[in-house]
Design a protein around this ligand. Sequence first.
Ligand SMILES: [Fe+2]
Length: 369
Amino acid sequence: MATTKTFEGVPWDGRTAYEKWVEDDLKLDLHRGYSASNLRKVPVKLWKERGISAAFYDIIGCESLAGMYIGEIAPGASSVPCRQLCDEVIFIMSGRGTATVETKKGPMSFEWGPNSLFAVPLNHSYQLHNTSGKEPARFVSCNTIPIVYNLFRDAKFVFGGCDWQFERLGDQLNASDSILYKPDANHEKTAVNLYETTFVPDVYNVQRSSFKEKGTGNATAYFELAGSVISVHFAEHPGLRFFNPHRHGPSAFVFTMGDSRGYSLMWLEGGPEVRYDWPVDDMGVVVPPNMWWHGHFGTDPLAFQLAIKLRSRKYPLNHLYDKSHKHVSEGGKLIHYKDLEEGLRNRIWQTYVDECRANGYEVKPPEAK
Ligand SMILES: [Fe+2]
């Protein structure tokens, strides 16, 4: 073997190509951790290639597969048209505007506002416009940039270098047209309403259906968006009740909406619990690491959660989410109160009783199952 160059030591710093792209090339902030709060207020910096401002997140539970950034469009401004070899789902936190997506059948446009949800179909050029002359528009993007960028390591290729026209929209003509899959009686396919669409004008206004496996009174709607590998659900959780813990694969962003007090607990089998306190009056996000047990414990009567995850039922990337709402006795990934190891069960329950009491509420003991 001929040595062509010699160095002392290994200079590589261990960051992924995605992390280097964000920090070294874009020179934007990349926040790390199990969770993040103050998403409505986090400072954003100019991402000049996109014509927006942004702050990026590398959350541990994503395992460098899915990525997330907060984007902000200045009043009256538009983003730079772009296309990318990545799936992207956008949730509007504040502001109003329009989106234009170039499709095989011509431009698809729609108007978005607070609590809108939509997907950008793979490698379709798109542009966002803030139609307010006074208010910025702020959104959160969940996307597959890390997994794709880490494979190719070439921004020009990933973001516009390939003009292949992927077929992702099928026969859909209008972005908000949807196909509804109602709950399957045996819950083999879906336990709740599932909508296949591209654009949801307001996630709060979509009919949810009972999802009792997650706990009494839970109501949820699922969304499969633009033929993406990312899917979404929006859930209404009654608080002051035990939430059945479950576990699944990585890259499931759980957004808290700032409407309720509570916390999420996550633990690796046999390990200590990691707790995330939901911010009040802001949005927060927590991503349970791969196959860690977790539960969401509302300490007010009602909470809403938005989950954006690398888990499509139609186009699954892996099997780490299979049967995530089935009890472990059926080969699933969900447990009940009585299934918890005694020490952990007592600790979780006593903490919950204390937290609810601190908010002025008494909680009912979990139903014996
Ligand atoms: Fe989960």
